[in-house]
Write a protein of this length. Structure first.
Length: 499
């Protein structure tokens, strides 16, 4: 696959370009994103679906700019897809031929099921979900995928979109009840097995809803992808968006570019959520564009990241991790596992958190690429920003907090206070920080050698056939989560014939 791939997505409402750079077999990063509110479907649904001249001109100019962007970034490949507006338009194919001739961009018009598949492919790989239903609300359609055991098993497309609804029911006198009846009739076509408690919301309208709820809750982590909330608890807030006027939307800090479609999007989303009995809403920052990329990127691995691979971790290691981390990583992960198992039952630790400790060890020194001084602070900010795929927000903050652990093994107070609602209890977090820091010290202060741990009579014994001379002082300075002794048995010795 090309090292840099540009994906262009032409929706009914907006067109976007994203550029992904591949860093390794399973590592990639987003290096560019641009958007244009082309409104290519504007006026179409009132005119037999035909694309209108002003919309066509806006789309051409946006695509021309996107091509320039792709070339300036050195993209080796451009993949361009178009969704409901072009597939519904009688002059859609004429438009794609014109673009191919004038700009050299090959536009692939995809049907609703393919659109749903791409959204489901992105969500199932880049969100920590096993079973869920994705709902991608666009300007002309809402495309739905059923995810079971981490894979897309079924897709469906509904003729429900924000622009479509706006032109049919909201341009002029608002006709909420007629719009609801229209939505309900369309939902009857949804297969009966599309029911579930977890719904993944994709698209600009759903992201806007998530942003409003995050602000209302004073949510501590500024990351929309993966933000989860209870449908029943936020129903009134979503209804407030549906019924709100411009003044209300301003008060809720909605992006002005969403004013003309957010109410329609919120109405569609709320009605779909009710219809499929959704309890938990997971906000997705990925969708069709990421799905198109992953459809190519993961082709040789059956369109799925292996179970032990997290693309965010891989990408961070590709970009930041130094030789020291890679040489000692296996030892550090092994130390953490054995220490965790030693303390797990004694102090009520949760085995599910071992993976977060080991992932923190995977990227433990990434902050040193910025500066050795205060590297743990840099590591925290890099991780909290870059661990955006495949983790819950709780996992992101726990890993980042472990990276911010001070030399003495304690968590910075301001970090714990800010992210308290996403972190384990303080005493449990102290254990995780201690295990993380001790594993780090042992991995970096010793050569690869035999190392064993035991815990008896309130004493942790570390036994090795090498020298732990440099590690002793660091271990001694660690703040232990409980009162116990640390006994080190090693081969530290001074040669007999020394001066």
């Amino acid at each position: 696959m090309a090292k840099r791939t540009a994906i262009i997505d032409i929706g009914s409402n907006s067109a976007r370009i994203v550029i992904f750079e591949r860093s390794s077999r399973y590592g990639f990063s987003l290096i560019c994103e641009e958007k244009s509110n082309v409104r290519i479907a504007q006026g179409a649904y009132k005119n037999g679906g035909y694309l209108q001249p002003l919309s066509i001109n806006r789309a051409f100019l946006a695509l021309q700019s996107f091509k320039n962007t792709a070339e300036s970034y050195g993209a080796n490949k451009i993949l361009c897809v178009a969704t409901s507006a072009l597939r519904d338009a009688p002059n859609g194919k004429e438009f794609t031929r014109w673009i191919k001739k004038t700009l050299g961009i090959q536009i692939k018009i995809i049907d609703g099921k393919r659109e749903a598949l791409y959204g489901g492919l992105a969500a199932s790989n880049l969100l920590p979900v096993t079973d869920a239903i994705t709902v991608d609300i666009g300007g002309g359609s809402s495309d739905i995928a059923l995810i079971e055991n981490g894979r897309v098993t079924q897709t469906h497309s509904l003729n429900l979109g924000t622009v479509r609804l706006k032109e049919l029911f909201f341009d002029g006198i608002k006709e909420n009840e007629k719009a609801k009846a229209f939505i309900y009739e369309e939902l009857k076509s949804l297969p009966e097995n599309f029911k579930g408690k977890d719904i993944i919301g994709i698209g600009g309208s759903v992201r806007s809803i998530g942003e409003v709820i995050m602000k209302t809750l004073s949510y501590p982590l500024d990351q929309l992808h993966g933000f989860t909330y209870k449908s029943a608890e936020q129903k009134e807030r979503i209804e407030q968006l549906i019924d709100g006027n411009i003044k209300t939307l301003k008060k809720l800090d909605i992006n002005p570019s969403r004013y003309d479609t957010i109410r329609e999007g919120a109405l569609i989303f709320l009605e779909i959520a009710k219809y499929i009995n959704a309890e938990n809403i997971i906000t997705s920052g990925v969708g069709v564009r990421e799905g198109v990329f992953l459809n190519s990127f993961l082709k040789s691995s059956n369109y799925k990241f292996p179970a032990h691979i997290n693309p965010s971790i891989v990408n961070i290691m590709d970009r930041f991790s130094n030789i020291l981390i890679k040489k000692t990583l296996q030892d550090k992960r092994s130390y953490a596992k054995r220490l965790f198992e030693l303390f797990e039952d004694r102090f009520d630790l949760k085995l599910t958190h071992l993976s977060e400790i080991q992932n923190a060890l995977n990227i433990s020194n990434i902050g040193r690429d910025i500066s050795v001084y205060g590297s743990h602070k840099h590591s925290f900010y890099i991780a909290s920003a870059e661990l955006n795929y495949g983790f819950t927000h709780e996992q992101i903050i726990l890993i980042s907090t472990l990276l911010a652990t001070k030399k003495n093994g304690k968590t910075k107070k301001f970090v714990y206070e800010k992210y308290r609602e996403l972190l384990p209890k303080k005493e449990i977090l102290h254990w995780y920080s201690f295990i993380y820091k001790l594993s780090l010290i042992l991995g970096e202060r010793t050569k690869k050698t035999y190392c064993n741990f035991s815990y008896e009579n309130q004493t942790l014994t570390i036994e090795t056939d090498g020298s732990l001379y440099l590690a002793r002082e660091s271990i001694k300075s660690l703040k232990k989560p409980k009162s116990f002794a640390i006994n080190i048995k090693d081969k530290t010795a001074i040669p007999k014939n020394s001066l």
